[in-house]
Ligand binder design. Structure first.
Ligand code: FAD
Ligand code: 2HG
Ligand code: ZN
Length: 475
C-alpha cells in the first residue's frame, strides 16, 4: 500500500521531491527543541497548490495521514508526526514564491512556504514593512506563522499573525481548494473562514497562500536596555512609557536576571550594557514612520522620569543600529541558551497584564514548595501579558527525576494561569505538548464545537492527527 502511494506521490510532485531514505527524512522527523521524534512513510515536497491538493486526495484514498510542516520551528511538537509511521510529512518549503506586492493597497500575496525573513525583505524592497518578528524568522514560514497564529516581539503595536492577514488559500482534506485570497480590509459576508484556519495548526486544511498586510516602513527607531528590581517595576515602566510615547511603543520585552545569566553563559558574541547582571531587565523599542529625530529624546525623557521615580535601576540607550542589534541579540539568544542549559518544562502563558507580578509570585512560591531547587527562568512579551515561564531542573538532580516532577510543575503553572483567567498557550499553539491540558482548561462546550468543526473540514481525521484536539471518545 505504502509503495503504491509513494509511486503515486512521485507522479504528482516528481520523484526527487518524495524523500523515503531514512537519513533524508531525519531532519523533518524531529522538532527544534529535540523533544519529539516521529516516523513517516515519506516526506513530500509539493511545488504548488494543485500538487498539494492532489497529494491530499492520494493520501486520503490510501488512508495515510498528513502532517504539514513549514520551517519546523514549532515549540509544541506541532509539525512532528507520531512514531507509528502511518503519515507523510508535507513540507511546504518549495512553495516559496512572492506572488504579488501591491504598494497602493499595502498588501503582499505569498506562497505559504515563504520564509518570514524573505517576506520582511520583499516588503522593505517595496518601501513597506511587514511587522511580524521573532527569533526563528530566518527559517519559519508564513504557513507555520499562520497555522500557529504566531506572535513575537511587535504584537504590542501591530498585533498577531491573525491581525496581519487579509486572505488565505487553503487545500482541504478532500482535495478541493478554497481561493480566499482577497486583499480586502472590509468584507462582512458571513462567517470568517479565514479566521478558522489561523491558529488551526494544520488540523483543518493546508494553507497554501496568503494575502498579508503591509505597513509604512519605520524611519526612526530608539532602543533601550533597562535594568530593574522586579516585575512590578517593569509593569510601572510599561505604563509610563505608554503614557509618554503612545503607539510608538513597539516592543517591551521582559527578561529576568537568571535568564540573562544563561544567555551570557551559552551564547557567543553577547555583551550586557551593565557591569552586573540586574535582577530583571526590559528591552524597550520605539519606532516611528516619520523620520522623528526626537524619538531618542522621547525615550530618554521617559527613562529619566522612571529613574527619578525609582522605577528603574539603570538604562542604556542604543547609540546606533549596531548597539541596538547587540541588545536584541541578548533577547533573541534566550531559546538557544535554554536548550544548551538542559531539559526544561516550558510554559507559554498569558494573563491580564496587571496580574503578571502576582502571577509570578504565586507560581514561584508553589513551584518552590513542590520541587525545591527547580529554577524558574522567565522572559517574554510583557506588554502582551505573555510570559515564557520555563522551569529548569535543579542543579543537583538528574534528567529522569526532573521528567517525573515536570508534569506536576506544569499543573501548578497552568492552574495558576487558569486562576488568573489566562491562557495556557499564548503564542506557541497546542501541538502535541499541550493536548492533554486542552481537556482540563477549555470549557466542554468549546471543545465540543471545535470537534464539530474538525468533523466538517476533516471527517476522516486525515490532517495532523494527535495535535491540538484531545480525543473526545471518552468524554
Ligand atoms: P512549523 O514548525 O513547521 O509548524 C508549526 C505548526 O503549523 C504545525 O502544527 C504544522 O503542522 C502547521 N503548519 C505548518 N505549515 C502549515 C501550512 N502551510 N498549512 C497548515 N498548517 C501548517 N512563536 C511565536 O509565536 N513567537 C515567538 O517569539 C517565537 N519565537 C521563536 C523562536 C525560536 C528560536 C523558535 C525555534 C521558535 C519560535 N516560535 C515563536 C515558535 C514557532 O511557532 C514559530 O517559529 C513559527 O510560527 C512556526 O513556523 P514554522 O514554519 O516553523 O512552522
Ligand atoms: C520567544 O519569545 C519565543 O523568544 C520562544 O516565543 C520562547 O523558547 C521559548 O520558551
Ligand atoms: Zn515568545
Amino acid at each position: 500500500m505504502v509503495t503504491t502511494l509513494v509511486a503515486r506521490l512521485a507522479a504528482i510532485v516528481g520523484e526527487k521531491n518524495v524523500l523515503v531514505d531514512e537519513a533524508a527524512k531525519a531532519p523533518f522527523l524531529q522538532d527544534w527543541l529535540g523533544k519529539y521524534r516521529g516516523a513517516a512513510a515519506a516526506v513530500v515536497r509539493p511545488g504548488g497548490t494543485d500538487e498539494v491538493a492532489s497529494v491530499l486526495a492520494a493520501c486520503r484514498e490510501a488512508g495515510i495521514s498528513v502532517v504539514p510542516q513549514g520551517g519546523n520551528t514549532s515549540m509544541s511538537g506541532g509539525a512532528t508526526p507520531d512514531p507509528a509511521g502511518r503519515a507523510i510529512v508535507l513540507s511546504l518549503t518549495r512553495m516559496n514564491r512572492i506572488r504579488d506586492v501591491d504598494p497602493v493597497g499595502n498588501t503582499m500575496t505569498v506562497d505559504a512556504g515563504v520564509v518570514l525573513a524573505a517576506v520582511q525583505e520583499a516588503a522593505k524592497a517595496a518601501g513597506r514593512f511587514f511587522p511580524l518578528s521573532l527569533g526563528a524568522e530566518g527559517s519559519c514560514t508564513i504557513g507555520g506563522n499562520l497555522a500557529t497564529n504566531a506572535g513575537g516581539v511587535a504584537v504590542l503595536r501591530y498585533g498577531t499573525m491573525r491581525e496581519l492577514t487579509l486572505g488565505l488559500e487553503v487545500a482541504f482534506a478532500d482535495g478541493r481548494v478554497w481561493d480566499g485570497l482577497k486583499a480586502l480590509r472590509k468584507d462582512n459576508t458571513g462567517y470568517s473562514l479565514r479566521d478558522l484556519f489561523v491558529g488551526s495548526e494544520g488540523t483543518l486544511g493546508i494553507i497554501t497562500g496568503a494575502v498579508l498586510k503591509l505597513f509604512p516602513e519605520p524611519k526612526a527607531r530608539a532602543t533601550a536596555f533597562v535594568s530593574l528590581r522586579d516585575t512590578s517595576a517593569a509593569l510601572s515602566l510599561l505604563a509610563r512609557v505608554r503614557e509618554r510615547c503612545g503607539d510608538r511603543l513597539t516592543a517591551f520585552e521582559f527578561i529576568t536576571g537568571d535568564c540573562l545569566t544563561l544567555v551570557l553563559r551559552h551564547v557567543g558574541d553577547v555583551r550586557l550594557p551593565f557591569t552586573q547582571v540586574p535582577p530583571a531587565a526590559v528591552l524597550v523599542e520605539l519606532s516611528d514612520s516619520d523620520d522623528d529625530s526626537a524619538l531618542g529624546a522621547r525615550l530618554e525623557a521617559s527613562l529619566v522620569d522612571a529613574a527619578e521615580a525609582e522605577i528603574i535601576l539603570d538604562a542604556a540607550i542604543a547609540q546606533g543600529a549596531t548597539q541596538a542589534r547587540s541588545f536584541w541579540r541578548l533577547r533573541e539568544g534566550i531559546s538557544e541558551a535554554l536548550v544548551r542549559e538542559g531539559r526544561a518544562a516550558k510554559h507559554d502563558v498569558s494573563v491580564p497584564v496587571a496580574q503578571m507580578a502576582d502571577f509570578i509570585v504565586a507560581a514561584d512560591a508553589a513551584v518552590a514548595a513542590a520541587a525545591p531547587g527547580v529554577r524558574p527562568i522567565m522572559f517574554g512579551h510583557l506588554g502582551d501579558g505573555n510570559l515564557h515561564y520555563n522551569l529548569l531542573k535543579a542543579e543537583n538532580t538528574n534528567d529522569a527525576d526532573f521528567a517525573a516532577v515536570a508534569p506536576v510543575l506544569t499543573r501548578i503553572v497552568h492552574d495558576e494561569t487558569a486562576r488568573c483567567r489566562g491562557s495556557i498557550s499564548a503564542e506557541h499553539g497546542i501541538g502535541q505538548l499541550r493536548v492533554a491540558d486542552m481537556s482540563r482548561y477549555k470549557a466542554p462546550i468549546e471543545l465540543e464545537l471545535m470537534n464539530a468543526l474538525k468533523a466538517v473540514f476533516d471527517p476522516t481525521g486525515l490532517l495532523n492527527p494527535g495535535k491540538l484536539l484531545p480525543d473526545m471518545s471518552n468524554h
